[in-house]
Design a protein around this ligand. Structure first.
Ligand code: ATP
Ligand code: MG
Length: 390
């Protein structure tokens, strides 16, 4: 019995002339994702990728699991390949129903057929009817329900025939690496890893910047951020993480500036540093996990003041989301459990009791004159620590 994985593409199918560029990129990403799982061919034709194991050392289940996370794919099916002959196709349809019934309670089903091979003696409805009849003969307790069946057995008759019963969802989006590069401001919280995932889903490669305030934040807080980077990079591809020593800047702002403006001043410094590091790394945007009104530093006015300090566009993929929606994505992509580990973030260390929720840019700029952050920002950039995830 020969098993293959069918993987379907979404939006890329809508691309015109440069569609093949996206497909080739996706093929590279798929090959890379499964490269350590054993020998398999990856080919594509008509909005469909075929992942064909070359022998049975190929780790099929693990490949399925990984492919459900590949950007650019909308769904995945494990399928069995049989010769395009009536008996072989019908026998496999019955076998797959048997397997479904071993895994769960099934009382209704239907068969859906696509016939691409015009020389096959039966047309699509006739194939479905015959396969359905064989299944009913084998399992008389089942009934056919075309509207809302418990199981659908899919049959595709081409040069060879594919029979399958599962369609697993994949994230959609665009293949990683086909839409430039952005720099993610990655904290240890719930939001920024999700923001990185969201921008990555549009085919954007990412590098990350983390501001680290040792000894106010611990070594374990840094490890947590690196763990988050590693989790996000499983989806978004290789990631360079730059850890910026931020303690001196924080202390300076804390000591010399009005507490109520401290958070916005800090965030402006983060933006300036991230902007410079992003430029050095060939990025054309910054990405943050901000969402309107979530905390004092994320009011419309505070974001206005923060934004004014960056030169490149700042993308905020979570801007209109509620916390619960962000949490749901964090759980889906597997970052939530790490994000909620209780290590302090540099922003929480000096958080003022009453941050100003409606700062004016003019007062922020005035306050910023009390500190000479330029040389400190240069120094921080010179002292970054770099960690790579491939
Ligand atoms: P998160 O859950 O991502 O930490 P948050 O809701 O805690 O977000 P803030 O702490 O105000 O919100 O941070 C807003 C955004 O600023 C974060 O999503 C992240 O992009 C960036 N940011 C905050 N702290 C850091 C940090 N220490 N290093 C890098 N980026 C940071
Ligand atoms: Mg945070």
């Amino acid at each position: 019995m020969e098993k293959v994985i069918l993987a379907r593409i979404g939006e890329i199918a809508l691309k015109g002339l440069n569609r093949s560029v996206f497909e080739r990129r996706l093929a590279v990403n798929i090959r890379k994702m499964i490269s350590d799982l054993g020998p398999a061919k990856v080919r594509w034709s008509q909005s469909r990728f075929y992942i064909e194991p070359e022998d049975d050392t190929f780790m099929f289940e693990e490949a399925l699991e990984r492919l459900t996370g590949v950007f650019g794919l909308v769904s995945i099916s494990p399928a069995v390949v049989v010769p395009s002959e009536e008996e072989a196709v019908f026998a496999e349809a019955v076998a797959q129903m048997k397997q479904e019934m071993e895994n769960r309670t099934v009382s209704t089903f239907k068969v859906e057929t696509k016939r691409g091979l015009k020389t096959f003696p039966l047309n699509s409805p006739a194939i479905s009817a015959e396969a359905g009849g064989r299944i009913l003969d084998a399992f008389p307790e089942l009934t056919v329900d075309v509207k809302n069946p418990d199981v659908i057995i899919y049959i595709e008759v081409r040069e060879q025939s594919y029979v399958y019963s599962q369609i697993l969802p994949a994230p959609g989006g665009m293949p990683t690496g086909c839409n430039g590069k952005a720099c993610l401001l990655l904290s240890g919280g719930i939001d920024s890893p999700v923001a990185g995932y969201m921008i990555g889903k549009r085919g954007v490669s990412i590098c990350a910047v983390h501001f680290y305030s040792y000894p106010y934040t611990s070594e374990r807080a840094k490890e947590k951020v690196l763990e988050l980077a590693s989790l996000v990079s499983r989806f978004t591809g290789p990631m360079k993480v730059m850890i910026v020593p931020f303690t001196d800047i924080q202390l300076e702002i804390h000591q010399k500036c009005k507490g109520e403006l401290g958070t916005v001043l800090l965030r402006r410094s983060m933006m300036r540093i991230a902007d410079r590091l992003a430029r050095k790394n060939g990025c054309s945007a910054l990405v943050t996990g901000e969402s309107v009104g979530q905390v004092a530093s994320q009011t419309m006015q505070a974001i206005y003041c923060t934004d004014a300090s960056a030169n490149m566009p700042v993308y905020r993929p979570l801007i209109g989301m509620d916390k619960m929606e962000v949490v749901a994505i964090a759980q889906k992509i597997g970052t939530f459990e790490t994000s909620i580990l209780p290590y302090e973030d540099c922003c929480t260390v000096f958080t003022p009791k009453h941050p100003k929720t409606r700062p004016m840019l003019s007062e922020i700029e005035e306050e910023e004159k009390r500190v000479d952050l330029g040389p400190m920002e240069d120094k921080a950039i010179n002292e970054i620590e770099v960690v790579r995830f491939d």
